[in-house]
Write a protein of this length. Structure first.
Lengths: 214, 539
């Protein structure tokens, strides 16, 4: 099966010349040059909160910026400009990635630079207004402020049978996603995150399997 | 997919193991597990509307089928509960359905390669083009099966998920239907009966539906993923193989240039055979695809013909003699007598036309039995014109070696036994000229004396180590010929090397020889090691 890489190499080279924008996810077949969700932990964070309404989300837009099955009404530009979204993402990545995939800082930075605006294929044209480091620092600051103001965090939603979520806690508000508005820095609910993570992880492993088994 | 391509190369490497060809054990093994028809007595002759693969072909088909099945149902990673697939059964429907889609394309890529005349595998392996075409069909069955499974499972998934009514309106789904329907329609138009009776329609529909499938697949991917996830690569590889193959064919035609073919109906053979002389060409052996752009409105068609040899046309006509029955061990005929050629030909063939062959140009000649389609069109054209011969413009795509790399094995053999039936002699002649040191025997039976008469000069020109036996309207006693070749050699006390058995003729003859040879070797432990080459060209 390894020979496949050798075999499709010339074709990949041609594709690389034609599609310079697709660098973030690589080129080729999934598992052979192409990654679907890298890192999965960060994609799972975004999947939970992508449908929430941000301050800059147009209220009466019928334009879909997501996929057919998961419509998103927030345009890419709005995602990367909304500091609440950025801080929530940074906190989520820092919290869950260290517990699960443990991706390198470089990979997280690359994800940050290319995938916050678009959910699927990365595009560097949508550069976030805050760097990952700054967004995370600001989120931690929000966390400290919340702790001193002695706010109580809501209890996690009921846990579906068979799911073992990470035991995380934060004085911040815990968000379960849906289409609620996102107007303060939140901790992504571990149950919702785990459900998304399971889905994305399975999907990519199986897609890699399709490429290999074929 | 990778395995499907590399397995033939790997297996063919056996031929380079020193002494393998000469090994008794390997010979016996092949007589039981490789050469015979999988069941029954027929491989070339259709059984119940299909062709029975040889056991060697079946082993490959079994392995590929096993992999196609196992890899469709495993391995998968299922973690429940999770966000998108609310139940395990929905997740399995979707994930197996998707695997089927990808696996269909893997099979498509390999079967495109196997169908190519210019496939690199024909140069790397000793499997024949006929074998690859047979395997092309079996990979096709799997491609169709996977496509249908993919369509059915995702249909069922979206019905379960409750979004089918929305899905069916999307362009990608509609193009998916186009691809699946095109793929399924390929099957009825490719059945053996259909291929035999409407070959021209089969080939046109086959190409049109295959391209429609690729276009359908392309838009199926484009409208949902554009080029995001690499699924389009499968289509580009398959289309690339096809386009490259066509380019090489055109390139070969341009390289050969335009020539003139003289088509003659062979006399005294009830118009059953035609002869083609392509002037100014010197092709030695193999198969050439001939295109006669002026013959019919389907100017693009090319048809395979076995090259029977080349030389100077008039010279062989000069040697036309009245011998027709038993020509035994003749010494080579005189060479290069061109001057009187034309006139001698005229008397011998009851055709008065003295202005044809001019000068000592070499030409390549082909013989063909007239059936339906192109050979019938050529015959009609020739018999309708003055002197039962006609000149036509011809483009040559070739020559191809479609027998696979068998020559290295034949080179290890000390003797060659050629068994030819009718026009099958043409594919044998290059083998007969192969070597002047080997012990070569030819047994050729033909139903019509005219064919033998016409080829006698060519037989006379063979080297002296070739023993020629011909029969008209009768059958050779294959039992004793094969027994003598494989078993009796020990009686004269000398142990000879391996024997190459080349059979070229109608399906019945090829099957009889195949059966007889494998049974003889299985029955006689001390039989001689051998290599069997079935030169019949089948699609």
């Amino acid at each position: 099966m390894v020979q496949l890489r050798v075999w499709i190499f010339p074709i990949l080279t041609i594709f690389q010349l034609c599609t310079p924008g697709a660098r973030a996810d690589g080129t080729g077949l999934i598992g052979y040059g192409k990654t679907l969700y890298s890192p999965t932990c960060a994609f799972a964070c975004r999947s939970v909160i992508r449908k929430q309404t941000l301050a800059c989300t147009p209220s009466s837009s019928i334009e879909n910026h997501g996929t057919a099955h998961n419509p998103v009404s927030t345009p890419p530009k709005c995602f990367v400009q909304d500091t609440t979204f950025l801080k929530t993402m940074a906190l989520c990545i820092d919290t869950y990635c260290s517990l699960s995939d443990q991706p390198s800082t470089t990979l997280i930075e690359d994800y940050w630079a290319s995938h916050l605006g678009t959910g699927t294929l990365g595009q560097y044209q949508y550069a976030p207004v805050l760097s990952y480091k700054d967004a995370l620092a600001a989120a931690r600051q929000d966390e400290n402020n919340a702790r001193t103001s002695n706010a109580t965090n809501s209890t996690p939603a009921s846990i579906p049978e068979g799911l073992v979520p990470y035991n995380v806690s934060s004085p911040l508000v815990v968000t379960t996603g849906d289409s609620d508005s996102l107007n303060t820095t939140c901790l992504v609910n571990p149950v919702q995150w785990q459900l998304q993570y399971n889905y994305l992880s399975d999907f990519e492993i199986n897609e890699k399997g399709h490429s290999t088994m074929t | 997919m990778v395995l499907a391509i590399f397995l033939p190369i790997l297996i063919s490497l056996v031929r380079f193991i020193p002494g393998a060809t000469a090994s008794h054990g390997w010979s016996h093994f092949r007589s039981i597990f490789i050469y015979p028809a999988t069941f029954g007595r027929h491989h070339r002759t259709p059984v119940a509307g299909g062709l029975v693969p040889t056991r060697g072909q079946s082993l490959y088909i079994l392995l590929i089928s096993f992999l196609n099945l196992i890899l469709l149902v495993a391995p998968y990673t299922i973690t429940q509960p999770q966000a998108s697939f609310t139940t395990k059964s929905k997740q399995l429907l979707s994930v197996i359905g998707n695997r089927a889609g990808t696996m269909a394309m893997g099979n498509v890529v390999v079967l495109f390669l196997f169908s190519s005349r210019n496939s690199v595998l024909l140069y790397l392996t000793n499997w024949s083009y006929s074998t690859y075409l047979l395997l092309h069909r079996w990979l096709g069955y799997w491609a169709v099966l996977h496509t249908v499974v993919h369509s059915a499972m995702l249909w069922s998934y979206y019905v379960k998920a409750g979004t089918y009514s929305a899905e069916v309106l999307r362009l990608y789904w509609i193009w998916g239907i186009v691809g699946t329907v095109a793929m399924c329609a390929l099957i009825p138009f490719s059945l053996l009966k259909f291929r035999q009776q409407f070959y021209e329609f089969f080939i046109v529909s086959h190409i049109a539906l295959s391209l429609l499938f690729l276009v359908g697949y392309y838009y199926h991917i484009w409208y949902v993923y554009t080029y995001n996830w690499g699924y389009e690569i499968w289509m580009f590889v398959a289309a690339g193989i096809w386009a490259l193959e066509r380019l090489i064919r055109i390139g070969r035609m341009i390289f050969q240039g335009s020539s003139t073919a003289v088509v003659t109906v062979i006399p005294d053979a009830d118009s059953e055979y035609i002869k083609l002389d392509i002037e100014g060409k010197d092709l030695k052996a193999g198969v050439a695809y001939l295109c006669f752009p002026t013959l019919s409105w389907r100017f693009w068609e090319t048809h395979p013909f076995s090259i029977s040899g080349s030389g100077s046309g008039p010279q062989q006509e000069l040697l036309r003699t009245s011998q027709s029955n038993s020509v035994s061990d003749l010494s080579p005929g005189p060479e290069r007598i061109h001057e009187k050629g034309a006139s001698v030909y005229a008397t011998a063939s009851t055709v008065a036309n003295g202005t044809r062959f001019q000068g000592p140009n070499s030409s390549t000649w082909f013989f063909a039995r007239t059936r339906s389609g192109i050979t019938k069109a050529l015959k009609d054209k020739a018999s309708g014109s003055d002197g039962k011969r006609v000149q036509l413009r011809v483009l040559i795509d070739g020559p191809y070696n479609h027998s696979g790399r068998v020559h290295s094995q034949i080179a290890q053999c000390s003797s060659i036994l050629c068994i030819a039936g009718g026009v099958g002699i043409t594919a044998c002649l290059p083998f007969l000229r192969e070597s002047e040191t080997k012990d070569i025997k030819l047994f050729w039976s033909s139903r019509k004396s005219g064919l033998i008469t016409d080829l006698t000069p060519a037989l006379n020109a063979l080297p002296s180590n070739v023993e020629v036996n011909t029969l008209v309207g009768q059958r050779f006693d294959l039992d004793s010929i094969i027994h003598e070749g494989l078993v009796d050699h020990d009686q004269d006390g000398t142990s000879k090397g391996p024997l190459a058995i080349v059979v070229s003729g109608p399906p019945e003859l090829a099957d009889e020889v195949r059966l007889n040879v494998t049974q003889t070797v299985r029955n006689f432990k001390r039989s001689r090691p051998y290599v069997l080459v079935d030169e019949a060209f089948s699609w």
